[in-house]
Design a protein around this ligand. Structure first.
Ligand SMILES: C[S@@+](CC[C@H](N)C(=O)[O-])C[C@H]1O[C@@H](n2cnc3c(N)ncnc32)[C@H](O)[C@@H]1O
Length: 259
């Protein structure tokens, strides 16, 4: 999946539409509850310098700045998402704490050792080269800094058209597993503190998201088009089928740089 394809998936219209059935400023299913779990896991305080990789419309970063008072930078590859997140930081009076930057997770525009904590919420599935992504996390994080993230995972074998359809429905080029992420983190000098299969949470949260989408059918059909509603509904169906088949799930990982 190239930045261009992602730009289509997360076009201003596509992103606005996703947000209507996700939650305010969030493009990930776990929303604020998930951000809180990540913040607790990484022991984020007002003194922590945080980087959110794949920051979207700014939901997780703005929530951390607002509730904890820490400094947060967001990184996203889609320009309109970065612009919207910065506008929202300003509108919420958080622009002294939160700022959003355009860039690729595999070539981060930040100095070595700059951050205490790196978070990611359901964004890393979009990054084709996960080795480079984790290498960049290892470069920009301080010694004994923490990386904590949730992500969509492959939990059962997927092949051929089935796999292509699932990946296309998520705008992902490949999916990690708990084991593949743990191995990459170790390779780049992290100690994995926990690697949890949270597929049951993902399935529950996603069921709520689909219910919300279905409750908005007429509104979405009128504002956009019935055709677009049907396309999105079918993509959600593909994801739900992969959950039901035990192929797709979710994970939450906490790792520390160093021993
Ligand atoms: C599912 S959204 C999640 C956004 C945010 N974490 C949230 O919880 O709302 C994934 C985000 O990752 C961004 N993204 C995808 N690939 C990226 C990359 N290589 N570098 C930086 N951001 C990327 C997308 O543009 C999108 O905004």
């Amino acid at each position: 999946m190239t930045a261009f394809d992602l730009g289509e998936f997360y076009s201003p219209t596509g992103t606005q539409l996703i947000e209507t059935f996700y939650s305010d400023s969030y493009l990930s299913i776990g929303g604020r509850d998930s951000t809180e779990i990540l913040a607790t896991g990484a022991a984020i305080t007002a003194a922590t310098k945080v980087l959110d990789v794949g920051s979207g419309l700014g939901g997780p970063a703005l929530y951390l700045a607002e509730t904890i008072g820490c400094r947060v930078m967001g990184l996203d590859i889609v320009e309109s998402n970065v612009a919207t997140a910065n506008q929202r930081a300003k509108a919420r009076g958080l622009d002294d704490l939160a700022s959003f930057h355009l860039g690729d997770a595999t070539a981060m525009p930040f100095e070595a050792g700059h951050f205490d904590v790196i978070i990611g919420q359901d964004a890393w599935c979009h990054v084709p080269d996960k080795n480079k992504l984790i290498a960049e996390c290892a470069r920009v994080i301080a010694v004994r800094g923490m990386v904590t993230f949730t992500d969509w995972l492959q939990v059962g074998e997927m092949k051929g058209t089935y796999r292509d359809e699932v990946l296309a429905a998520m705008a992902a080029s490949n999916l990690g597993t708990l084991e593949s992420y743990a191995a990459l983190l170790q390779k780049h000098g992290f100690t994995v503190l926990s690697a949890d299969d949270v597929s049951a949470e993902f399935i529950e949260q996603y069921t709520d998201i689909v219910a919300r989408l279905e409750s908005l059918e007429s509104e979405i059909s009128e504002t956009y088009s019935p055709k677009l509603y049907n396309i999105i509904h079918a993509m959600n169906g593909t994801i739900q089928r992969a959950f039901a088949d035990g192929k797709l799930g979710g994970g939450r990982i906490i790792a520390r740089k160093g021993s």
